[in-house]
Design a protein around this ligand. Structure first.
Ligand code: FEO
Length: 432
């Protein structure tokens, strides 16, 4: 089909062939401007669903957001009778892909649901039905449709625990769910026809997949050996032109970029600060220079004033330790620090070393608030942060040095455990 014919067919609620036996039966949502509240979708999105016809039955792969059910059913009815539908494959249960599921189950009562093991609880919560019948599948399990079959790949946490992919070996088509998808609505559907969506593909990866990098790597290990003629994702263009390039790009995005430049055995410690009167800045410099003295520590210092926190995403992802310094203003840490902390939600920070410090006028809540947030993001915060009232004295600068050294030693696994005295618990200051 030409691009113009596809646009016309999509508008007329026709099913669009990917091949003689496989059709797109999804829906377009060009007016959407934000997804899940937080994601920008300047070009709208699509909810891609597919139908696979085998000699012994039909499988439906995913559905659409509920508001778009009419489009989905109109297309579906063009390529399958409801009593032919043998399988409903749910690669992911988020409502943008399961909105039409309850109605589909009513219309196609012979169909068996296929979900990943981790999707069971979600399916029950979604459908709120007793005696729900479904089959859980894992890597290597297959649905036999006669001369076509769907083989499953267990790819959890991309980006929910339940996510999986299905592979149609006879046509080398991967139904990948959200993986390799993006929010980019273009009625020409196929990546060799649509506008340039690279920015959206990268944005989607950065905000949806990046926090689960280890799981991306494991999924790629399963996907890369497959012969790929086409990738059929759940959002955005269908990738029939050089589909392997998108797999390769995921591998690049999921590969550490900075580790290669750091000597083996070195660990990175990043100190970010912002300072009103130079007091928190002096503390930052002392902590940074002391940490740098510890053998094996590669320490870096960054002033967040006027800075865009997004530029630090790669550094933060690769860092082994993050130390944040903020004054306390109106009982709070200041906005650039919260912006930086907010940016950490799209990065896997689990297990990294975290710490905080700062100068304050009279109450000094910022350090504890930052520490709490770091713990909430699953960083380790083993050292109580340093707080200094207004201008640091020479003794307090020495205390910052001790804090920086202790952080460096902790990072390198050389810090000796110390006995906590009750007096430590009564003071808000770090002492070493
Ligand atoms: Fe497209 Fe995670 O739903």
């Amino acid at each position: 089909m030409s691009a113009a014919r596809i646009v016309q067919a999509v508008a007329q609620r026709e099913a669009i062939p990917l091949s003689p036996r496989v059709h797109w039966v999804g829906a377009l949502d060009p007016g959407l401007r934000s997804f899940d509240i937080i994601l920008k979708t300047a070009n709208g999105t699509s909810y891609n669903a597919y139908v696979v016809r085998g000699s012994h039955g039909v499988a439906v792969v995913d559905t659409v957001k509920r508001e778009f059910s009419a489009d989905f059913f109109a297309r579906l009815e063009q390529v399958a009778e409801y009593d032919e539908i043998k399988a409903i494959v749910l690669n992911h249960l988020e409502p943008d892909h399961t909105g039409a599921l309850p109605e589909l189950m009513e219309r196609a009562p012979n169909a068996q649901l296929y979900i990943s093991n981790k999707a069971q609880m979600m399916l029950k919560a979604l459908l709120k039905r007793e005696n729900l019948a479904f089959t859980t599948v894992d890597t290597g399990d297959r649905i036999d449709l006669g001369d076509r079959s769907l083989r499953f790949l267990h790819t959890p946490y991309l980006h929910w625990p339940d996510t999986q992919c299905a592979y149609l070996a006879e046509e080398q088509i991967l139904f990948s769910g959200d993986v390799f998808g993006c929010h980019f609505c273009d009625a020409r559907l196929f990546n060799d026809f649509t506008g340039d969506f690279r920015f959206s593909f990268e944005y989607y990866y950065a905000h949806i997949m990046r926090p689960f990098r280890d799981f991306v790597v494991r999924a790629l290990d399963l996907i890369e050996p497959l012969p790929l003629g086409l990738i059929a994702p759940a959002h955005g263009p269908i990738l029939r032109d050089r589909p392997s390039d998108y797999v390769k790009r995921y591998r690049e995005l999921a590969s550490p970029r900075l580790k290669r430049e750091i000597h083996p055995g070195e660990k990175t410690l990043l100190v970010f600060y912002i300072s009103s009167y130079g007091n928190t800045a002096r503390m930052a410099e002392a902590i940074h220079s002391a940490a740098q003295e510890i053998s094996g520590v590669r320490a870096s210092l960054y002033d967040l004033e006027g800075g865009d926190t997004e530029t630090f995403a790669d550094l933060l992802e690769e860092a082994d330790a993050i130390v944040l310094g903020s004054p306390t203003i109106n009982g709070d840490a200041v906005k650039p620090i919260w912006d930086l902390l907010s940016s950490l939600t799209v990065i896997d920070m689990k297990g990294k070393l975290g710490a905080a410090f700062g100068s304050y006028g009279w109450s000094g809540e910022a350090v504890r608030m930052i520490e709490d947030r770091l713990r909430g993001l699953k960083l380790r915060v083993p050292l109580q942060g340093v707080r200094v009232k207004l201008i640091p004295t020479p003794e307090e600068i020495l205390q910052c040095h001790a804090f920086g050294r202790a952080l460096g030693e902790e990072l390198m696994g050389r810090r000796e455990a110390r006995v906590i005295d009750m007096s430590d618990l009564l003071t808000s200051q770090y002492s070493a």
